[in-house]
Design a protein around this ligand. Sequence first.
Ligand code: PLP
Length: 726
Amino acid sequence: MATIISDSSFTDENHKPQELHEKCVSLASNLWWAWSPDTIELFRDLDPVLWRQTGHNPIQLLRAFSPLELDQRATEMALHSRINHCYRLLKEYLAQRRGWGIQNAGVLGARPVAYFSAEFGIHESMPIYSGGLGVLSGDHVKSASDLGIPMVCVGLFYGQGYFRQFLDDNGYQREEYVDTNVDDIAMRPALDQNQHPVQVNIETREGTIAARVWQLDIGRIRLFLLDCNVEGNSEDDRKLTSRLYGGDERTRIRQELVLGVGGVRALKILNITPGVFHLNEGHSAFCPLEAIRQKITEYGHSFETAVRDIAQQTVFTTHTPVPAGHDRFECSLVEEHLGPLRDDLGISFEQLMGLGRVEPQNKSETFCMTVIGLKLSRKANGVSQLHGHVSRRMWSGLWPWRVEEEIPIGHITNGVHIPSWLSVQMRRLFDRYFPKDWMAHMGEPDVWQGIYKVDPGELWETHNLLKNQLLHFVRRRIAANCRRREEAGRAIETARQVLNPAALTIGFARRFATYKRAQLLFQDLDRIERIVNNQERPVQIIFAGKAHPKDDPGKQLVQSIVNMRHDSRFRDSVVFIEDYDINVCRHLIWGVDVWLNNPRRPMEASGTSGQKVVYNGGLNFSVLDGWWAEAFDGGNGFAIGDGSTHTDDSITDARDSESLYDVLENRIVPSFYQLDDDGLPFDWIQKMMNSISTLAWRFSSHRMVMDYTRNCYLPAAGGLSCKMNT
Ligand SMILES: *Cc1c(COP(=O)(O)O)cnc(C)c1O
């Protein structure tokens, strides 16, 4: 019997190092840990330095310990009971048979939702995402798992993930591609009924592409990733899925063929029969074609019947209001890649092309993935109210006989996964004031009214703790960046002291695409200088973000912001952190006072980074675009402009920057620095509370997934009759 009695869960079994090690491996093998704060803290405490060095990767971390060493370490650090605790949490989570999805989405049990996306942003240690779309997919899956929605996911495994960004001596962006070692991530070959690794083949007119299939566990949901790096493929094809959105159009159509057609074949081999196909963006819009082909070859259905049946089951989400953001392919690429599938469908080349054209007979039109997605789905949606409007207008040509309001594209506004983005400090504060099981109801409004019961001083203190944590993170990162560039010791010393904990701190981090206007704040240098360098009421700004490798104007934007550090007026108040990713984003949204977003309206479909700020007490300051257009109510943050735009971009830009300065100078700065008798910024804290109470439930991915379930998944699974989009 165990002789240590101080720890009740320390039973005889736990003495076995092997078993302890296995429990830790189980924890690392399900990405559930990425939203379990207890488990993250456990991994970190095993070896804080290694945890950071591995980029927060528990598989790599655990590999550094033999079972005996782990046992020893656990004894030193008194971790045994914590390991058991986390392991029990995981088992309970997986065994849970309650929850919203069990009650409301039971019919999906036998035939789950198949969610297709070209990227999944689950955690920084899994670099198979490049930005907003991927992080949204990740949050969607996590919420579906929490809610208990029966779902499987399909994506691509990118062997070189998304690039790492670093800056050269001139402040210009350089890219580095790092190979992901498949043994370093929680991925294993997906197995068929006979325990054989699954492989799919996709015939083209010019040969066959093969892909193997990996499986990852994201809580209660399985994610299958297709990977073309297999023997038998040509050298070129082995690299097909190595990078996100890497190559030319031919690479892209081949990637999308693997995702859509290969993905449906993989599910078939895995004996999974989806009741619903959810195409997250046009990249996967070949998926219904393969599903139609299976209906025809297996059940002998006619093409028309098969199209109707599959469209009934298919839901399509479009994500971009930028016309150039929709994939289009030339005829020859379409015939080369879909020719063999077309033979099985029994349709002509022109018929196939017609599915991807707004005007089917128009031979000069290329094949558009969004168009086929819209035509082969029962229901389509944009990702905010405003984006719904924009999309209906953009695609009205598909339904020329309908008025704009009757174009069958609705909207479901994006949201974020609270457990992934809520800081531990805020969570503890909420735990003390909110109902005990508040996290089980975080997609509901009532829970968040509790924020008004929180002591304002405590809320402010918690926020400042997070802000200080952010400033330390920024200093550490900037000093490391300077060291890498082998800058003088003085530069590193400066980096260690950059930023002022008492100053109003603004965050701006996102992809550096020109329409996001990262330079808007610097339209009038004299004016912004007066604002940031006000001795009594200083302001500072933290920037981060990558430009697409082929986007030179975007890279020049990065450069212009980075090089502000050489301007003595801004040296202490404007900083840029390299290599934006989920980790950098998390630190920023935990700690900023204000999150700035100033895209050119209506180019931002939704945006989600500002939603992440809400849960941690930051305030949004944004153009009335994307989610903010429907979220801002006058008292829960700040707006730039009034939602109007001019056809001349330079006029819009001038007006927006004017409004930005005005609001910053006359509303934000005074509110932040105005202290009451207790030394607290009373008005500001009130706004923080308003922001949390009005926005937290609405812009959570729990609410989003519940909306998808009620409005899309259930009708699609029930085979309820619907007006088809064709
Ligand atoms: C949340 C998130 C995004 C989305 O940001 P938006 O600019 O609001 O679209 C992009 N990248 C990363 C790493 C994120 O975490």
